[in-house]
Design a protein around this ligand. Structure first.
Ligand code: PXP
Length: 237
């Protein structure tokens, strides 16, 4: 089975709703480690809508497992990554108006910019992964760019409306996974994975690591809600 990278962006989303100090994603990272997370993942977006520079700096000093930074290929983001030196950088596409990452990075269409970002990160001694669609052309280009790993975008699988569509997307992921193994890249996957849909993806041959965020944060809010209310009630009554 696969390793689990826990994406804590949406802990920061709750904090940023009030621009306050709680909940602190740094605390969430520590709790995720206690729960067995093999890695902590954060996406420092160019618009800083959730994770802030301070979070990344403190996480770099406190996370004991692998720290994976998701970042756009923009030179300013690569500068930050080279300064902070996470264990891994996953290059992702970014559009300001999107609610979440909407698809893989088009490394075929953005070959030169991706190659420049990869070279700088690799020179800084950082493991580079590319978040790409499960598309053979993207996988072959990732191999050409000599990165260490790819993260296959599982969003289409997660969003499939019918069992047939979900099955078709799983077959597509399995074929892509076979090609990733063939070109000898590390196989990661993520996006939209939940407690209900994760198992078939975790069982794909050679799956190394899954990055999961929204579903874990959503469940954490609910499983902790009763206790949080009980504690407040004990203060006010
Ligand atoms: N992997 C990548 C590259 C992502 O951009 C995201 C979302 O930030 C995830 C995984 C996690 O997706 P989700 O929050 O849907 O689990």
């Amino acid at each position: 089975m696969a390793l689990l990278g826990v994406n804590i962006d949406h802990v920061a989303t709750i904090r940023q709703a009030r621009r306050t100090v709680e909940p602190d994603p740094v605390w969430a990272a520590a709790l995720a480690e206690l729960g067995g997370a093999d890695g902590i993942t954060v996406h420092l977006r160019e618009d800083r809508r959730h994770i802030q520079d301070r979070d990344l700096e403190v996480l770099r000093r406190t996370v004991q497992v692998k720290l994976n930074l998701e970042a756009a290929i923009a030179p300013a983001m690569v500068d930050i990554a080279c300064r902070i030196r996470p264990d891994q950088v996953t290059l992702v596409p970014e559009r300001r108006e999107e609610v979440t990452t909407e698809g893989g990075l088009d490394v075929v269409g953005h070959r030169e910019a991706t190659a420049a970002a990869v070279a700088r990160l690799r020179d800084a001694g950082i493991v580079v992964s590319l978040f790409i669609d499960p598309d053979p052309r993207q996988i072959e280009m990732a191999a050409d760019l000599a990165v260490a790993a790819v993260e296959l975008h599982t969003g289409e699988y997660a969003n499939a409306a019918t069992d047939t569509a979900r099955h078709d997307e799983l077959v597509r992921l399995a074929r892509a996974a076979a090609l990733v193994r063939e070109v000898k890249l590390v196989l990661n996957a993520g996006h939209g994975l939940t407690y209900r849909n994760v198992v078939p993806v975790a069982r794909l041959d050679g799956m190394h690591e899954l990055n999961i965020g929204h579903s874990i944060v959503s469940r954490a809010v609910l499983v902790g809600f009763t206790q949080a209310v009980r504690e407040m009630k004990s203060l006010v009554c």
